[in-house]
Design a protein around this ligand. Structure first.
Ligand code: C2E
Ligand code: MG
Ligand code: MG
Length: 695
């Protein structure tokens, strides 16, 4: 609210002042009085007057001097001053008065109406002036807001930009000329989907405002985060404008990221620190609980780090730790987490592993990697260190982050105690089993080049004629290690490690080579059967492999039979069918091995191009004591024949078994009663000795 206007009446004669008061009675202004020039000046400089009525004739300081002094001060330079002058001196006073800065003059004795009218005019002017002042202040305020640090964009109701401020230009790179008339959409970064913008507009429509973080694009193409608030402006219920204010928060974001980096990462290596590790560990545990998964935590402690650090200095030590970190990163899949706990201790978190041993394999690889020398560029020196690793498994060794850490730590001490550069699980039996498997795997990788594999041949005999019509190729490892003596275990392990594809290809080639050699040596033609494991069947391009081996060795396709298991055929049936058809196209035969142990029905197998069923040994074993088994064997033979398969019985050891099979019309058999699997040379002798070969 505007203050009440004030009028200063200056006259040395109190009755004159009173007279003026009387005339101005009822006017909307406060009336102040001064009895001399000095007082008038002092009051005028202290208080803002709408008007000063100034008597010219005063002792000591007259009206001219007062006026001149008023005009000399910024505070009163524009204050309206009406000179009150004697009528007889009107002309000369008027001139002097104006030059002293008077605004107007009145002659004494004062005319009531004229005085009143003039005072009114000045009061009205003063009112307007004040209004103006206030508006100006508001305008300046608005302008300063508009030129704030925040970018401001104003659009009309159609969302067309009508005004932007300087900060907007600084943030976005667009000058006002470039954006006025445009849609603010031109700032779109492409980072948000339609739903994001839809939600934003919904909030503006419903609540009249929206604010939040948004990614926009500067004129130079750069994408940046900003804090944006949009407000709808309404006039009488009708939307007239939208005002957007934006703050570039990219620096804040960077700072935030830096804070995050400091809080969760090790500054030396850039690896996650203990805090982040514990978070991830908890997260991993939650996942294990939910999805029933396996997870391993490894704690690594460098061997021989301290001597390097002590002798070459901390800078060299730092460089070494950085190099260790990058070797670890190179080795591990990116879903694994490597953290540095401090000093020369690191951890590796293996989430979602499929076997407890997987951790041991990773540990072994890390040990091998870190064994290689490190070149320290600062010292121009090559150094060698080692690493010991302790492993704990979620579930078996703990279900909380702390327990897993503690137990991995305990395992680490065991590993160190075992003589460094090795790993240990928290439980001894796992360590032993894992070490054995690792040894086995590394030996397995060398079996072929070291020529440790052999193929044995077991005769397949025609029941009606008792003649050897073929042989099954069975793998033998000449130097098996503990626990892997039987081919079954060996094959299982090779399957798990995927190494079966190498072994499978080798035995196929070796068998065909041998078969061709026997043919060339004039021995009667035999069918040779080679086992194909499910893993090999699905991971090798069997069709190309078989075609290539047949071509390379010259062994006739129709003499080769591949033995597949039911479980191998159940997987991915459409694809399986295509592969089987293509194999048949090559001219080879297919047999189902261990028939009766899987889930597939005879009717189902009918859809595949299979020629032989091999009844599993378990159905033969208890003939003639178990009637159930006998019934099953008899049924398989009968049904197999109806469906057009040849039937072979596996593991025939006794004359009773053989007699039963013969009675039931089984086509052929394999078994110790005729021959165990034999090395190639002995099998050849068996063939020659029998002399009753099919020719
Ligand atoms: P399989 O294919 O069912 O082979 C028959 C197994 O029965 C052979 O065992 C053979 O020695 C054994 N056997 C044959 N007659 C008798 C008998 O009268 N009595 C007894 N007790 N056993 C008999 P082996 O050689 O130990 O092979 C075991 C399994 O290992 C094989 O079963 C086969 O599944 C797998 N296998 C062997 N060699 C290979 C290979 O080269 N590749 C693949 N993928 N698997 C192979
Ligand atoms: Mg077999
Ligand atoms: Mg079998």
């Amino acid at each position: 609210m505007t203050e009440k206007a004030k009028i200063l009446i200056v006259d040395d004669n109190p009755s004159n002042r009173l007279a003026i008061r009387v005339i101005l009675k009822g006017i909307n202004a406060e009336l102040h009085e001064a009895g001399n020039g000095f007082d008038a000046l002092t009051m005028a400089l202290e208080t803002e007057y709408a008007l000063i009525l100034l008597d010219v004739q005063m002792p000591e300081m007259d009206g001219y001097e007062v006026c001149e002094q008023l005009r000399a001060d910024a505070r009163t330079i524009d204050t309206p001053v009406i000179f009150l002058t004697a009528a007889y001196k009107e002309n000369s006073d008027k001139m002097r008065g104006y030059s002293a800065g008077a605004t107007d003059y009145l002659t004494k004795p004062l005319d009531d109406h004229i005085l009143k009218a003039k005072v009114h005019v000045f009061l009205r002017l003063y009112g307007q002036y004040q209004q103006l002042q206030e508006n100006n202040a508001a305008l300046t305020l608005a302008a300063s807001v508009f030129e704030s640090q925040q970018g401001i964009v104003i659009t009309n109701a159609d969302n067309i930009i009508i005004r932007v401020n300087k900060a907007f230009t600084e943030i976005t790179g667009y000058s006002s000329d470039e954006v006025i008339g445009e849609d603010p959409r031109l700032l779109k970064s492409g980072r948000h989907d339609i739903d994001f913008y839809r939600g934003m507009w919904q909030s503006i429509q419903n609540a009249g405002t929206w604010q939040g973080e948004i990614w926009n694009r500067r004129k130079n193409g750069e994408i940046y985060p900003e804090w944006l608030s949009i407000t709808q402006v309404k006039n009488d219920g009708v939307i007239t404008h939208y005002i957007g204010t934006m703050t570039d928060i990219s620096e804040y974001k960077t700072a935030e990221a830096q804070i995050h980096q400091l809080a969760f990462y090790d500054p030396l290596t850039g690896l996650p620190n203990r805090r982040l590790l514990l978070e991830r560990l908890q997260h991993g545990i939650d996942q294990c609980v939910r999805d029933d998964k396996l997870m391993a935590l490894m704690i690594l402690d460098l061997d021989n780090f301290k001597p390097v650090n002590d002798s070459l200095g901390h800078l060299a030590g730092d460089e070494l730790l950085q190099q260790v970190a990058s070797r670890l990163l190179e080795r591990l899949r990116n879903i694994d987490m490597i953290a540095r706990l401090g000093g020369d201790e690191f951890t590796v978190l293996l989430e979602n592993i499929s076997h407890a041993d997987d951790a041991a394999f990773v540990a072994e690889n890390i040990i091998t990697d870190l064994r290689n020398p490190f070149y320290l560029s600062l010292e121009h020196k090559e150094v060698r260190i080692g690493v010991s690793i302790g492993i704990s498994l979620y579930g078996q060794h703990g279900t909380t982050p702390q327990l897993l850490m503690d137990h991995a730590d305990a395992a680490l001490y065991k590993a160190k105690g075992n003589g460094r550069n090795c790993f240990a699980y928290f439980s001894e039996d796992l360590t032993i089993a894992a070490r054995k498997r690792i040894e086995l795997e590394s030996r397995l990788r060398l079996v072929i080049e070291r020529e440790e594999l052999l193929v044995y041949y077991q005769a397949q005999v025609d029941i009606a004629s008792d003649k050897i019509i073929g042989a099954e190729a069975l793998i033998r490892w000449q130097k098996p290690i503990d626990g892997f003596t039987s081919p079954g275990q060996f094959i299982d392990f090779a399957e798990e490690t995927g190494f079966i594809t190498t072994i499978g290809a080798w035995i196929l080639r070796e068998t065909c080579r041998q078969g061709k050699q026997w043919l060339d040596a004039g021995l009667p033609p035999l069918a040779l059967a080679v086992n194909v494991s499910p893993y090999q069947f699905h991971h090798n391009d069997m069709v190309s492999l078989v075609a290539k081996v047949l071509e390379d060795t010259g062994f006739p396709a129709h003499r080769l039979e591949l033995e597949l298991t039911e479980s191998g055929l159940m997987e991915n049936q459409n694809k399986t069918r295509v592969i089987l058809d293509n194999l048949c196209q090559l001219g080879i035969h297919l047999a189902i091995d261990d028939f009766g142990t899987g889930y597939s029905s005879l009717a189902y197998l009918k859809h595949f191009p299979i020629s032989t069923l091999k009844i599993d040994k378990s159905f033969i074993d208890d003939i003639p004591s178990k009637h159930d088994d006998m019934a099953i064997a008899a049924t398989i033979i009968a049904m197999g024949h109806i469906l057009g398969f040849k039937v072979l019985a596996e593991g025939v050891e006794t004359p009773e078994q053989l007699a039963f099979l013969q009675e039931k019309g089984c086509d052929s058999y394999q078994g110790y009663i005729k021959s165990r699997p034999l090395p190639a040379r002995e099998f050849e002798q068996l063939l020659r000795k029998q002399g009753n070969l099919l020719q």
